[in-house]
Design a protein around this ligand. Structure first.
Ligand code: GLN
Length: 192
C-alpha cells in the first residue's frame, strides 16, 4: 500500500509520520509524475488558497482530478476545502466532492478547539468504540452534501465535520495531529 501526501504547503510531514506508523509506504507529491504508482493521496491542512494556487502553478489540477476519479483521496481541513465543489467564493478547487464548504466557519474566538466525536463508520471499520478525539484549527464546516456524498460525522448541533463520497473523504479536523491512527487506517481501507 503506497499513499502519497500532497506536499505543496501545510502539515504534510505529520500525515507521513502517521502513515509510517501504520506501516504504509509513503511519497511526497509535488508534481504530476509523483502520482504514478500510488494507491491513494492525502491532501493536508494548511491554507487552501495557497495549496490551490501552487497546484495550478505546478500543473496538478487536472492530474489530481483524474487521479481522484479512480483512487482514494482524503482532504483534511484545507484539503477538504480543496476537494469540494462549492465554497461560495473564487479560488482553485478540485471540485471532486459534492459538498458545500464554508471556510473558517467556527469564527475567530473559537476557531481552534478539540472535541470527542462518535463516528460509527470509523468504529465499525476499526473494531473499536471509544470516541475519536478531533482537533479543529480554523477549520471549515461542511454546510451540505449532495449527489453521492454522505455525512460521515456531525457535531451534536448538527454541523457536518466529515463526509465521504465513495473513496473520497473530507474532514474538517486534523487526525494527523493526534496519536489516534484510526482515521488513517480507515483511509487505507478505502484505498485498498
Ligand atoms: N483556514 C484554512 C483555510 O481556509 C484551513 C485551516 C487548516 O487547514 N487548518 O484554508
Amino acid at each position: 500500500m503506497k499513499i502519497g501526501v500532497l506536499a505543496l504547503q501545510g502539515d504534510f510531514a505529520e500525515h507521513i509520520t502517521m502513515l509510517k506508523r501504520i506501516g504504509a509506504e509513503t511519497a511526497e507529491v509535488r508534481l504530476p509524475k509523483h502520482l504514478e504508482g500510488l494507491d491513494g493521496l492525502i491532501i493536508p491542512g494548511g491554507e487552501s488558497t495557497t495549496i490551490g494556487k501552487l497546484a495550478v502553478a505546478y500543473g496538478l489540477i487536472e492530474p489530481l482530478r483524474e487521479f481522484g476519479r479512480s483512487h482514494a483521496i482524503w482532504g483534511t481541513c484545507a484539503g477538504a476545502i480543496f476537494l469540494s465543489n462549492d465554497i461560495g467564493r473564487d479560488q482553485p478547487l478540485l471540485g471532486l466532492m459534492s459538498i458545500k464548504v464554508k471556510r473558517n466557519a467556527f469564527g475567530r474566538q473559537v476557531d481552534s478547539f478539540e472535541t470527542d466525536l462518535e463516528i460509527d463508520e470509523l468504529f465499525k471499520a476499526t473494531g473499536t468504540e471509544h470516541p475519536y478525539h478531533a482537533v479543529f484549527i480554523r477549520g471549515p464546516i461542511i454546510e451540505s452534501v449532495s449527489g453521492e456524498a454522505k455525512v460521515l460525522c456531525a457535531l451534536e448541533d448538527g454541523r457536518i465535520v466529515a463526509a465521504q463520497q465513495g473513496r473520497l473523504l473530507a474532514t474538517s479536523f486534523h487526525p494527523e495531529l493526534t496519536d489516534d491512527t484510526r482515521f488513517h487506517e480507515y483511509f487505507i481501507s478505502l484505498a485498498s
